[in-house]
Design a protein around this ligand. Sequence first.
Ligand code: COA
Ligand code: ADP
Length: 579
Amino acid sequence: MSSRASYDLIEDEEEEEEKSVNPTEVKMSQIVMPCHCNHRQDLSVGQLLKWIDSTACLSAERQAGSPCVTASMDDIHFEHTISVGQVVNIRAKVNRAFNTSMEVGIQVSCEDLFSDRHWRVCHAYATFVTQRTNTGKRVALRPIVPHTQKEQVEYSVAAERRRVRMVHDDIIKNLLISGSIQQADRSLECNTVVAEKTKVESVELVLPPHANHQVNTFGGQIMAWMVNVATIAASRLCQAHPTLQTIDMFTFRGPSQVGDRLLLRAIVNNAFKNSMEVGVRAEAYREEGPNRHINSAFMTFEVLDDSGKPCPLPQIRPEPHEGERRFQEAIARKKIRLDRKYIISRKQSEVPLSVPWDPTNQVYLSFNNVSALKMLAAKNNWRLSTEKDEVCLYTVEQKSMLSFRVEAVVDVPAHRAFCLLAELSNRTSWDTHYKKCELIHRVDDDDLIYRVVTPSVHQDAVASPTSSNQGERILQDFILLASKRKPCSSGDPYVIALRSVSLPSYPPFDGYNRGEVLCAGFTILETKNNMSLISYYNQASPEVLPYISTDIAGLSSSFYHTFCSCSHYLAKNRLQPAF
Ligand code: COA
Ligand code: ADP
């Protein structure tokens, strides 16, 4: 945990939202005692993970009404250290129940009793699974009904996080196959430590205090043991006390019980300029029988100087074969961590426009695309701006951003509307702003990249002096990632999310202004009588602002006409294929 980041104080306004009663919410408060601390008198991450896991497990069991186990814990980034004498407040609630698994959201904050300040330490998402009953089946979960706007957002985005979780292992594999990994720099051999020197092997006997009432080992306890050996390995590289910055996703592959011996092995896989990756493998065994693989995790450590700045680290010389492979894989994981941090920001306003797309960040761009639209749709302060023939235009202002939503019930089944609208090239047949729309890359069945050409909204826009179209009004083009999602469960809408990306093979063309879309798209909700509530959203970038302002001011009804044209197109094609 680092003490460098600025303190993210918890504001009263946010606390208000949290005050609504959620039946799955569980809170734990602990005063940090010396026995919970490391050598610097800061709370050890292992202890914190045990508290996080216990709180989350109690929340999951409230929803399930039966025993649950930790299946996984998503990546955690620690923003701050917590000192002895301070209070840790942990709040966990179930964001969404799927079939037999559920996502629990956990907020950790620190309270200074003397100054009465509270600040965020980290947030985490854990997946818990109900245990099998005597019949061998897992208990099926009741669905969660979100009440507040924040719960609605978490509920909606949880489906997208689950999707990312399921492909997590494949992302690493694909990245390695794609061969984009750099070779180790062997030129600076002077300050080098052989990896073997950092190797740790340690055993733990699982006793009743390490397990729950079902004699299953607590996931938090295993994570704490893993952090312990990883810290020793990291210390051996830097010969100092390292600080744990980030933990990658923990996945519990199989259960462990009281009486198991847990074999924990760790080694530094790679050391970068200021941070190092330590890998840990946990296996369980009994006196007889094979070792069972329980968990493998990767942690990033830094060494901080007195002013909190990260210090340069020695290089690592990996062991041959397996060590070399892990050295390379650590580089791949570092790229993934950076992509995640860059793209999956919790605040949409901090996400850059037109992120360069590549196959390795695709999953995060797609997540960002869909979650941004879901978050926009879940806002509770939409205001009706104009209404004409039951086509409604709503607006919402957030900080300096204006967004709009055009909505109407259309006589078309939701699935059919989804198919028609998800194929963006069809849009030229109903949207006069779409002059051209070509599919330039099919990433997979759910994610496609298009180039869209529209008239430029800048009235004075003319082609550049070097352009062959000199003097003519120029056009505008967009490179858009379209991510389409079917409902995860009944009551969810279909989603088609659009955002700008950049592709090296499609640089801005001469004669075209390159426009950018931060967040746009459709949600389609099944309504009565096989009809659909179709909503179109757009977070207004400068490119669309002139259109919106004239509509909102009542000077034009361009949205109304475009939406009517869309409705006619959908109704006309409600049965037969579009083309
Ligand atoms: N992350 C998140 N969810 C996961 C998951 C993972 N890594 N692996 C499985 N799941 C979910 C599945 O999506 C499914 O959810 P759904 O029913 O809501 O659709 C649910 O878990 C059960 O899947 P199933 O196929 O029946 O189980 P499995 O055979 O894949 O086993 C575990 C999954 C997690 C139950 C199993 O690996 C296990 O027992 N792990 C150890 C758990 C434990 O004891 N933890 C404490 C510390 S050891
Ligand atoms: P991988 O080798 O593909 O990384 P593993 O699950 O085998 O996956 O191991 C996870 C991590 O645990 C490794 O990256 C390594 O850092 C550490 N590790 C595995 N085996 C050992 C070992 N025998 N000694 C020390 N550390 C180990």
